[in-house]
Design a protein around this ligand. Structure first.
Ligand SMILES: [Zn+2]
Ligand SMILES: [Zn+2]
Length: 373
């Protein structure tokens, strides 16, 4: 037996726990790489995927955000996406999706996250299809041709890089790329999970005058204040009435509604409240509805009357991932996001999923091998 193997967590059926399986990994081909996973994140999407909220093919090795060390490089893969040389042993991160590069979204619109046939690690690649090791919750992953790979600076620890996980580049795509927050704006972020916290951090870096996070639980909001990601917080488990929350926000913003509101909750009804929180002429980014939780009645009159700009944002691109890695040293110095992380062994992936679902941890991270922080 010459083949490389890896133990991986596999989701076989919606609503069921993952189980551990050993997968055979093919030899690297030109342009591909074999990577030993150092850390792999869990994100809210993984919980929703397990619950069957997105139609994906099964069985799948979950894990669309990870950091690892190169174990083998295929012929021709000599440089990362920034032009830095790649070698076995290098610590690398990679964008979770590979756009086809041939369709209208890719070629004409240059909107690579909207490529209808893009490959997404840990989401739409089954364990049965080549190259089998296509998710991060495993000892190894096989990076396919076309992956945006970035060599990571040795000054950053793997936990620093994974702390915001896909939320970091997702917020770059939406908050930096589409929303374009301007210096001096007031920003309300709905949601205090990783996407909400990352959005608040980027709003701060972009020069927001004031950032308010509306979310829960209180431990997360306290952490957001302590990290300096928010100036004010509103705990939705304490302040249950949306009208009262709107008044609180107005008080915090100097008797004004928000210039900009970012939805990062994944809860449809939050969009109704978000429209109310925007000032007339304001902008609203719906960032957190990655999986489908059904419709909600809204009053479109308010969108017209307030002349709102309502934006959606879908996933992120290799370009967003590179921009995020460029921002990481600043984010680490200013906010130390690694404090959000709780680590789990690979065999405890179900414990991590359950704790994430229960809101008991902000950022669960799987460490499949010996820890290297
Ligand atoms: Zn994610
Ligand atoms: Zn495409």
């Amino acid at each position: 037996v010459n083949s490389v193997q890896a133990t991986a967590a596999v989701l076989r059926e919606f609503g069921q726990p993952v189980d551990l399986t050993v997968v055979d990994i093919p030899e690297v081909e030109p342009g591909t790489a074999l990577v030993d996973i150092v850390v792999a994140g869990l994100c809210g999407t993984d919980v929703h995927l397990q619950d069957g909220r997105l139609q994906i093919p099964l069985p799948v090795i979950p894990g669309h955000e990870a950091v690892g060390r190169i174990a083998a490089l295929g012929e021709g893969l000599e440089l990362d996406a920034t032009g830095a040389p790649l070698a076995v042993g290098d610590l690398v991160g990679w964008a979770s999706s590979i756009p086809c590069g041939r369709c209208r979204a890719c070629v004409q619109h240059l909107q690579h996250s909207l490529c209808p046939t893009r490959t997404v690690y840990g989401i739409n690649q089954t364990i049965d299809a080549w190259p089998h090791a296509s998710g991060g919750w495993a000892e190894r992953i096989y990076l396919q041709r076309g992956t945006t790979i970035v060599k990571l600076n040795d000054s950053m620890s793997p936990l620093d890089v994974i702390a915001l996980g896909c939320a970091g580049p997702t917020a770059v795509h939406g908050v930096v790329g589409l929303l374009e927050i301007r210096v001096g704006e007031s920003v309300v972020v709905q949601g205090s999970g990783p996407v909400g916290l990352a959005s608040a951090m980027l709003a701060k870096l972009a020069g927001a005058r004031v950032v308010v996070i509306v979310g829960a639980p209180s431990s997360r909001l306290d952490a957001a204040l302590a990290m300096g990601t928010a100036d004010h917080v509103i705990d939705i488990e304490v302040e249950l009435d949306t009208r009262a929350r709107q008044r609180l926000v107005r008080n915090m913003l100097g008797d004004e509604d928000a210039d900009v509101v970012v939805e990062a909750t994944g809860v449809p009804v939050a969009v109704v409240e978000g429209i109310d929180l925007c000032r007339a002429g304001g902008r609203y980014l719906v960032l957190g509805q990655y999986t489908d939780h059904g419709p909600i009645p809204i009053n479109p009159h308010f969108i017209t009357r307030k002349q709102l700009t309502v934006l959606g944002s879908w996933a992120f691109t290799g370009a967003d991932y590179l921009a995020y890695v460029d921002l990481l040293p600043t984010l680490i110095e200013r906010f130390n996001p690694a404090q959000l992380v709780t680590t789990f062994a690979l065999e405890d992936a179900n414990v991590a999923l359950d704790k994430m679902r229960a809101g008991l941890v902000v950022k669960p991270v799987i460490v499949p091998g010996p820890s290297e922080r």
